[in-house]
Design a protein around this ligand. Sequence first.
Ligand SMILES: NC(=O)c1ccc[n+]([C@@H]2O[C@H](COP(=O)([O-])OP(=O)(O)OC[C@H]3O[C@@H](n4cnc5c(N)ncnc54)[C@H](O)[C@@H]3O)[C@@H](O)[C@H]2O)c1
Length: 249
Amino acid sequence: MPEMRRYEGRAVLVTGGGSGIGEACCVRLAAEGAKVAVLDIDGAKAEAVAARLGGGAIAVQLDVSDARAVEAAIAEVVRRLGPLKLAVNNAGIGGARLPPEQTPLDQWERTIAVNLSGAFYCMRAEHPHLVATGGGAIVNTASVLSVVASPANPAYVAAKHGILALTRTCALAWGKDGIRVNAVGPGFTPTPLTAGASEEYRAAALAHMALGAFPQPEDVAATVAFLGSDEARATTGALYMVDAGFTIS
Ligand SMILES: NC(=O)c1ccc[n+]([C@@H]2O[C@H](COP(=O)([O-])OP(=O)(O)OC[C@H]3O[C@@H](n4cnc5c(N)ncnc54)[C@H](O)[C@@H]3O)[C@@H](O)[C@H]2O)c1
């Protein structure tokens, strides 16, 4: 765990904090002194992570695809933890790995609702709180699929391309408010989301990774912690890849 304490006493929130990359972000930010709000559609998972963190961490059950619930949850976080300094908009689902013409409409709609609209609802609701704090940071979980495509899973690819567009748009709009907005782009990372991937899919992903090893959730969390900290004070609208070199090959 890091020696740095870049988040001492700062209130932060992580959506999808109950598992995988979001959980690793919660652990990392808490280790750096943050008061962490763990937001997740699975309230039990959020409770379990918050209990493990200790240090005043709280759990809030939230479906990010419900815009009103998002506003209420973020207001609750600020009420319980104090002025918001960092929001990590990370909640996401995998979508259907099917070609566009076979993608069921309900899967398209749910994937866009959670992965794209959910991130927008969060950013929109976080803005007034970050303004009230006097500035802060947002880090969105994008993907390698924000910059390259796949012949399958069109909703996921569209949502992740969209996250990059929203990151840039909000960075331009909110720089004047002292709010930095960045994104991380994980490559294939072992989490419950990717647990069902075939050996063939894993091998194909690994073959394109210059470093020859999958990124781990902790690697993504370390980059999130940097982007959200004052050390990244001159960085906004950026997408930092954590993909072991996948997108450069
Ligand atoms: N694992 C990878 O290889 C990989 C690669 C690139 C990007 N990502 C992105 O990283 C993020 C986290 O994924 P992960 O791999 O840690 O997956 P995960 O399944 O381990 O964690 C996702 C969490 O989000 C929660 N969640 C799902 N729908 C939600 C909703 N509607 N509202 C609130 N919470 C919700 C889940 O309950 C879960 O706790 C996602 O945005 C995913 O698209 C993952």
